[in-house]
Design a protein around this ligand. Structure first.
Ligand code: PLP
Length: 462
């Protein structure tokens, strides 16, 4: 074991020490990448050391430096040193994190990390919390609790009668909701016929007046309002106070998808964007994005723990209880056996502290503004969004005045070929755009300047 782990440490150190210089885009051919891994099913055992060396050799050329300082694709955080180290231990300890009796340590770490996060976000006292794989599952869990609760209020036990015996649940979400909401509704048997899309403003934030109109139209039915803090393209925030007020009047449950935007609550200068947050009923937030812990890690909070357990709780004679004071992690997630995700979140929160988290969020937002301002100063570059958070969209005008979409795609291709920095492509209101997300703890202002330089260069070449 010692030889294997110290040897593996060298591979890890080698990778991490080169992260800053590594190109963030690797030109690859899927067949070639696969070929390096491929071969017949091994007929018998191999030496673990050889397995690791060969794994590294196969993977290395096709690894993407997403954890590095100039990767601005999707919403991608790296791994804070303490979180990465805790993640290694999580694997070494290999705890069955669901049941208290199987890991009192995993139970306590999640209980404390949950309390710290709830305090950081300013959530109501007594909220329950589950550690899931991503905001996708956090949204699913929050909406499952919502479905149960809004039917229970009408005297319907969905667990007994199922959807076949229940009236339709209507969900109202902004037209710019994240795709994971639609996925969750599909899992929950809420068809698109019962999803109402609420109008959004020019930044993609839900318009509460339009929400009020729809709530009025649907009044009397079981209703769920799904709000968003942090639009994936613009970073825009739905106005939670007005939304929650309308939802309360209509007897609706309010779920907040705050995959990355909820972290605004941890910054005094950004917290105004999430005012009213504490009026909602459930919240989803990622840890693997802006908290910069390794994948896969996210958190769901639910105001009423009874509804949380109604959505994800389970009992079986073999699931021995740790007693009344013991947190049973599996009661709060769709999974039963699972990784002890709380350790890395706990380590990240301890290593940064409140001020460290505020600094990280504020720094990334300042860097997004720095990038947007530098690009906006260029003659053929337009910034499409108000940069209120860490997201920037840039569009490249065709100097010949012909096709700006084609020009934008060409410039993005050049940025990718250059490999200094990576950001993805998106479409905003029918316009093709470069989509930049600044979410990594390693990113410095100098990295942003290097990215700007690379983008400028790609945009200035005819
Ligand atoms: C990323 C994201 C999700 C999905 O989160 P995963 O961690 O990828 O499962 C949901 N909503 C928003 C707003 C996001 O940015």
């Amino acid at each position: 074991m010692h030889e294997l782990l110290t040897h593996t440490l060298k591979h890890a150190e080698h990778y991490l020490s080169g992260l800053d210089q590594r190109p963030v885009a690797v030109p690859t051919d899927p067949a070639q990448v696969r070929a390096r891994f491929d071969g017949p099913l091994p007929s018998g055992p191999s030496d673990p050391l050889t397995v690791i060396d060969e794994l590294v050799a196969a993977a290395e050329p096709a690894l993407v430096a997403t954890a590095g300082p100039r990767y601005f694709g999707f919403v991608t955080g790296g791994s804070l040193p303490a979180a990465l180290a805790a993640d290694w231990l999580t694997s070494a300890w290999d705890q069955l994190a669901g049941a208290y009796v199987a890991s009192p340590a995993a139970s306590a770490a999640e209980a404390v990390a949950a309390d710290w996060l709830a305090e950081l976000f300013g959530l109501p006292p007594g909220v329950s919390c589950g550690f899931v794989t991503g905001a996708t599952m956090a949204n699913f869990t929050g909406l499952a609790a919502a479905r149960h609760a809004v039917l229970k209020r009408r005297g319907i036990d969905i667990d007994r009668v199922g959807l076949a015996g229940a009236p339709p649940v209507h969900v109202l979400a902004g037209a710019e909701r994240h795709v994971s909401i639609d996925l969750a509704l599909r899992h929950l048997g809420i068809g698109t016929d019962h999803l109402t899309l609420v109008d959004v403003d020019d930044q993609g934030a839900m318009r509460p007046d339009d929400l009020a109109t729809h709530l009025h139209r649907l009044s009397g039915q079981p209703l769920i309002v799904c709000a968003q803090s942090g639009n994936v393209n613009t970073g825009a925030f739905d106005p939670l106070t007005a939304i929650c007020r309308e939802a309360h009047k209509a007897g609706a449950w309010t779920h907040v998808d705050g995959a990355f935007g909820l972290w605004a609550a941890a910054s005094p200068s950004l917290a105004r964007h999430v005012t009213g947050l504490d009026m909602a009923d459930s919240w989803a937030v990622d840890a693997h994005k802006w908290l910069n812990v390794p994948y896969d890690n996210a958190v769901v909070f639910i105001r009423d723990p009874t509804e949380h357990r109604a959505a994800t709780g389970k009992t079986a004679p073999y699931m021995v209880s740790g007693g009344d004071d013991a947190r049973e992690n599996y009661q709060y997630t769709p999974e039963t056996s699972r990784r002890a995700r709380g350790f890395t979140v706990y380590a990240a929160l301890r290593s940064l502290g409140r001020s460290g988290i505020t600094d990280l969020i504020d720094r990334n937002c300042a860097q997004a503004r720095r990038l947007a301002e530098a690009l906006a100063a260029e003659p053929h570059i337009d910034i499409l969004n108000d940069v209120v958070l860490n997201q920037v969209m840039a569009r490249f005008r065709d100097p010949a005045g012909q096709d700006d979409d084609a020009r934008t795609r060409t410039v993005i291709e050049r940025i990718h070929t250059d490999g200094t920095a990576w950001a993805g492509t998106t479409a905003w209101r029918g316009l093709t755009a470069l989509r930049v997300s600044v979410s990594g703890w390693m990113t410095t202002d100098a990295d942003v300047d290097r990215a700007v330089h690379a983008i400028r260069h790609a945009a200035s070449t005819p």
